[in-house]
Design a protein around this ligand. Structure first.
Ligand code: BGC
Ligand code: NOJ
Length: 819
């Protein structure tokens, strides 16, 4: 069952009924000011940091789920009928409901009783504010007299404190209302130099800033008393819960449409010029007032909307594909890169499932996210890499997280996730291949952000590899530490205390438990490092890295191979995890994906065997599960993975992040059919028809889909902020379609399914544009043996970089005879 449809031409998902299985969200803003907006106008906004600078309140995990938002209420003055054009919060029946989630904007509207209201929400580029532009149309053949009320609830900035510290916060709230603009200025009297504002383009019939006055006693957002009686209280909040509501009276002739604009924003003043008049407690408004006035103008809103669309078109134009599969095209062209930008902007902070109060950017997460946006924003990717690398520790280890505002490592979580440092190598390699900028390797970067500790970035990468080699276990495999990519495989935690953090607890000396996954990742990273070393004129080092990779691959072959698949790990006692000898948890996906992705077993048949085992034991119609059989009871020696009921999260769900590894592995092994098949099982657009089962948005990848052991098999959770975005993008565009940046050019090396006859693509690469056509006889599996580049034949599959500005035509006729 579907709840809407894709409008590919407009690059929108159009939700056609408001009662989606979960709030289906979109993101507003892509610089400093952000918001999440659901299909019923729920959500909240913040300036840069979803915890510390939250502008508006949102009540996670409430009933209904989506409480708090950017609300409008319509009241018919004749008869007093009250409704919300976004359906919520009033919930009165509406006709013609639609929510168009576009790139950086959403449009939500509906009709009731012959009145139509449609609201566009967006954050103009370069501004720290959001605009709501409402069109109100009277479709009746008589005049309509309406009251329109807006409503937001202000958050007292620190969302965590706001949700917990009532003994203080119910006394601190302050506002000003001047010339129809509501200013929220809690704590502005003391150390804050920032405030929020909420303005309206129309003359006001009234306003409210005290939540209790607007809602009335014992009422919720679904039936505010001010709206019901058609009169605001003109309340001024002193403490309690400041809110913002404008009341506008509209008289509309038959057929008439009126345009109204609301502006909600964030502003700062210089510390020594906060008040006007100086010495008063009144916010100085001279700086902000012109900004407000500008965006209250509908022509400025149009300009801002057009600029926003151009901005996104510019980013997406970096890669556009046309394949025989609409789900592949739609995700690769529009929604997947869009989601990758969300992970760039928000890491794991704010979504329906991330409450915005968890602190920190993940070291491994941020490095992997980069793989999905480096082609669109290489300069920002470079800055991000330097920022991440500066949190690395002198040992080569890494803080598991760092703070987005201070860019410092997070001491509370600390270090010891032994996979972390290796992801930095992959990120740098991806950046170097995309841009050809090897100069970054010479950038001086500190360790642990300590001035004076700088070495070239190159040395950070060397230390990353060294970190693994310095920490090998009894089988010559990497020690796992607190956990590897699978945060829940806590082989040294032995936690028996309820509520204790699996992330930070380590009760046993970590000298035995080893990870086959890290071994695979090391082989991959060492190979990337060797390629970098070669290009930096360090041939000896390159050879050493290749030797280290080969040594590790050998350890995997000897101690990581279980007979039909790769083992997952060795536990604290040296017992295998993910082995046919285990009663549960016999086969894990991660080492199959990562080892083959790194090239292990491609030449001796073990890769093919491992992938066949994945198909046999882990693949379901809803994607490939993480582990089978799922654990049915808690196991002290394995940790958090066994804390989940079978089929959920790390305990045997389809943990989507891992699926692209297997997809790439299948592509590397030459099996384009299986690669595409696996991809389509988790591709959200391909799952649109089962939205009632999938439940999350059909336009964003989810972290997890309940596995076969779960009663809700096929149900997705944790959409949007997941490494699945970056890896799916890489798997589809670089491995199935095979358009893969490499140090010396753009590789065209597709592994297409037999049924396809080719595809077309346009790829921007190092400031040139490549128009790519791949043709293949249907029914065959074939590889590229030569290319025709601007009419000239080139042997192999590498297109050399063209001068900036060039438009290059690349044709590939796939040869079914090739291996
Ligand atoms: C989740 C993991 C996550 C970890 C750290 C666990 O509860 O299952 O997916 O990586 O927390 O945030
Ligand atoms: C989500 C975390 O953000 C990521 O770092 C981790 O690799 C996966 N969960 C798997 O545990």
């Amino acid at each position: 069952m579907r709840f809407g449809h894709f409008d590919d031409a407009a690059r929108e998902y159009v939700i056609e009924r408001p009662d989606t299985p979960l709030p289906w969200i979109n993101y507003l803003g892509s610089e400093d000011y952000f918001g999440i907006v659901s299909n019923t106008a729920g959500g909240y906004s913040f300036y840069r940091d979803a915890r510390l600078r939250r502008l508006t309140r949102y009540r996670y995990n409430n009933a209904p789920l989506d409480v708090g938002g950017r609300y409008l209420y319509v009241r018919d003055r004749a008869g007093g009928d009250v409704w919300s054009p976004s359906w919520q919060p009033v919930g009165a029946d509406v006709d013609g409901y639609r929510c168009r989630h576009g790139l950086g904007y959403s449009v939500i509207g509906s009709q009731r009783g012959g009145i139509e209201v449609e609201t566009l929400y967006l954050v103009p580029l370069g501004e720290t504010l959001e605009v709501w532009r409402a069109h109100v149309t009277n479709h009746r053949d008589t005049r309509a007299d309406l009251s329109l009320f807006s409503a937001v609830e202000f958050c007292l900035w620190d969302a965590w404190d706001d949700a917990t510290n009532f003994q203080r916060n119910w006394s601190t709230g302050e506002v000003e209302v001047v010339d129809g603009v509501i200013y929220h200025k809690t704590e502005y009297r003391e150390r804050r130099d920032h405030f929020a504002y909420f303005a309206c383009s129309e003359d006001l019939a009234g306003f409210d800033t005290q939540r209790e006055a607007f809602l009335g006693p014992y009422r919720g957002w679904d039936r505010p008393l001010a709206v019901e009686r058609g009169r605001s209280g003109d309340s001024i909040a002193h403490g309690w819960a400041p809110c913002g509501s404008h009341h506008v009276e509209l008289g509309l002739a038959p057929g008439e449409t009126r345009e109204l604009v609301f502006v909600l924003g964030y502003a700062e003043n210089p510390v020594d010029a906060k008040f006007d008049p100086a010495g008063s407690q009144t916010i100085a408004k001279a700086r902000v007032r012109p900004v407000i006035d500008r965006y209250l103008r509908t022509d400025e809103v149009e300009v801002a909307w057009r600029r926003l669309r151009d901005h996104w078109a510019g980013l997406l134009d970096c890669l556009q594909v046309a394949t025989p599969d609409e789900h592949v095209d739609r995700m690769a062209d529009i929604w997947n890169p869009y989601q990758c930008m969300a992970t760039f902007n928000l890491s794991r902070s704010a979504s329906q499932f991330e409450s915005g109060i968890g602190r920190g950017m993940g070291f491994r997460d941020s490095n992997q996210d980069l793989l999905g946006f480096v082609h669109m924003i290489p300069a920002e990717a470079r800055a991000r890499i330097l920022e991440i690398a500066a949190t690395q520790l002198p040992t080569g280890g890494a803080y598991h997280q760092y703070q987005p505002l201070t860019k410092r490592g997070n001491d509370a979580i600390g270090s010891g996730f032994n996979d972390d440092p290796l992801w930095l190598v992959l990120a740098v390699a991806a950046y170097a291949k995309e841009t050809g900028d090897l100069g970054m390797l010479d950038e001086p970067v500190p360790y642990d952000n300590r001035p004076g500790s700088e070495t070239p970035l190159y040395e950070h990468l060397q230390r990353s590899l060294r970190y693994t080699l310095d920490r090998l276990g009894p089988h010559g495999l990497p020690l796992i530490g607190r956990a590897d990519w699978n945060d829940c495989l806590n082989l040294n935690a032995f936690s028996d205390t309820p509520g204790e953090s699996f992330q930070t607890t380590e009760n046993r000396e970590g000298g035995v438990a080893e990870s086959v996954f890290i071994a695979g990742l090391f082989v991959l990273a060492a190979g990337e490092m060797a390629a970098l070393a070669d290009r930096c004129g360090r041939g000896d080092e390159a050879r050493a890295h290749r030797a280290a990779a080969e040594g590790m691959a050998e350890a995997v072959r000897r101690h990581g191979w279980d007979g039909a698949w790769f083992r997952r790990a060795y536990d604290h006692f040296g017992n295998p995890v993910g082995s046919g000898g285990n009663d549960e948890g016999r086969i894990f996906i991660e080492p199959q994906g990562m080892c083959v992705l790194a090239g292990i077993g491609l030449d001796d048949g073990t890769a093919a065997t491992a992938l066949d085992s994945v198909a046999e034991h882990l693949a379901t119609p809803h994607g490939v599960m993480l582990v089978q059989p799922a654990y049915t009871s808690y196991r002290l020696e394995l940790g958090e993975i066994t804390s989940y009921p079978p089929g959920y999260k790390e305990n045997g769900s389809v943990f989507c992040h891992t699926n692209p590894w297997v997809i790439i592995a299948e592509a590397r092994a030459g099996n384009g059919d299986r690669a595409l098949d696996y991809h389509l099982r988790i591709n959200p657009s391909a799952r649109e028809e089962i939205s009632d089962r999938h439940r999350c948005e059909p336009y964003a990848y989810a972290q997890t889909i309940a596995g076969r052991d779960a009663p809700t098999h096929g149900e997705a959770k944790n959409s949007w902020l997941t490494g699945t975005a970056a890896w799916s993008f890489v798997a589809v565009t670089q491995w199935i379609l095979g358009i893969r940046p490499d140090h010396d050019g753009l590789r065209i090396d597709p592994r297409l399914p037999a049924a396809w006859d080719g595809f077309r693509a346009t790829r921007r690469f190092r400031n040139a544009t490549y128009d790519i056509t791949v043709r293949k006889p249907r029914g065959t599996r074939a590889r590229v043996t030569h290319l025709v580049v601007d009419g000239r034949r080139i042997d192999g599959n590498l297109v050399p970089p063209a001068p900036a500005g060039a438009v290059v035509t690349v044709e590939a006729e796939l040869d079914p005879g090739a291996p």
